[in-house]
Design a protein. Structure first.
Lengths: 193, 100
């Protein structure tokens, strides 16, 4: 998933098909929840199609496909555990296992996205910020989201559910606040050209 | 990943990456920071480009290098510096020309 090695189209196609299939399986196990599973199964392919249409011919569009695969992985994880729980495969602790799996998936996704921020994020504000400050901000954002993401995932591995809910949220919010704060500081002070 | 390890094995290339942390620099600015010949520096730049650790754009006759490393590669760079990794430390030899 890089600008030099774009994700082959077959990967996001397969991933979105898997999401739709799992959503359908969930609906057969719980027919009363049609709207929820219809949204879960269709939201990703619809948003992907919209992005492809709106931003067609734009540089970097092929990187969107890698993001689609990541988003699909999280949905597959959630829908997979949801289906297993509905089928009674997870026993009495099914709800807890599903929540933990989702929390770990979200944390790892945050860490993976953070890892690639300094490498692949196209300069968002190079017209208003000196390149040096922009590079440092992207590096800072990358590290903060990797650490925040691993902390988020780790909370759901180690802590009791109620505590994990709070601690993981703290990790996520802190990461966002730190990056936004650093960006605002750069924008307001020395970063201007 | 093998290309990344190869690129990070050389202390000169690691120093180039550290200089680029301050922001994009021209090939001349980077070369001036080292006491090596221009062909040798070009070879270093080529290894870094091949490993995907730098991005280069041309402005007129000037080549401008920009850092392009992920957090994982940044961490590997730090480890390589701490442990003083050198070519020959279980990494493939570089393709750089003989300085002599």
């Amino acid at each position: 998933m890089t600008a030099d090695h774009p994700t082959p189209l077959i990967y996001p196609l397969t991933a979105t098909a898997a999401v739709a299939l799992l959503a359908a399986v969930n609906w057969t196990l719980d027919p009363a929840d049609l709207v929820r599973f219809a949204v879960a199964g269709l939201i990703l392919p619809v948003m992907w199609a919209l992005v492809e249409l709106i931003f067609r011919n734009r540089r970097g569009l092929k990187q969107i496909r890698g993001s689609v695969v990541l988003a699909a992985a999280l949905l597959i994880l959630t829908l997979g555990f949801s289906a297993a729980d509905a089928a009674g495969l997870l026993g009495d602790g099914g709800n807890d296992i599903t929540r933990r799996a989702f929390g770990i998936g979200v944390g790892l996704m945050l860490a993976v996205i953070g890892n690639f921020i300094p490498k692949h994020l196209e300069p968002l504000f190079e017209q208003t910020c000196a390149p040096g400050y922009q590079a440092r901000l992207q590096r800072f954002a990358g590290w903060v989201f990797v650490i925040g993401g691993l902390g988020y995932a780790g909370s759901w591995v180690i802590l009791p559910e109620a505590t994990a809910d709070i601690v993981s949220t703290v990790f996520c919010v802190t990461a966002i606040v730190l990056v936004l704060g650093r960006w605002l500081l750069i924008s307001a002070t020395r970063g201007k050209q | 990943m093998n290309k990344v390890f190869k690129a990070l094995a050389d202390p000169t290339r690691r120093k180039v990456l550290e200089l680029l942390r301050e922001g994009p620099k021209t090939a001349g600015e980077l070369a001036d920071a080292f006491d090596v010949s221009k062909p040798t520096m070009s070879a270093h730049f080529a290894v870094l480009r091949e490993a995907g650790l730098v991005d280069v754009t041309r402005q007129g006759k000037t080549m401008i290098y920009r850092l392009k490393i992920s957090v994982l590669e940044d961490a590997l760079l730090g480890f390589a510096d701490i442990f003083g990794m050198k070519p020959g430390d279980n990494v493939p030899p570089t393709d750089e020309p003989d300085r002599n």
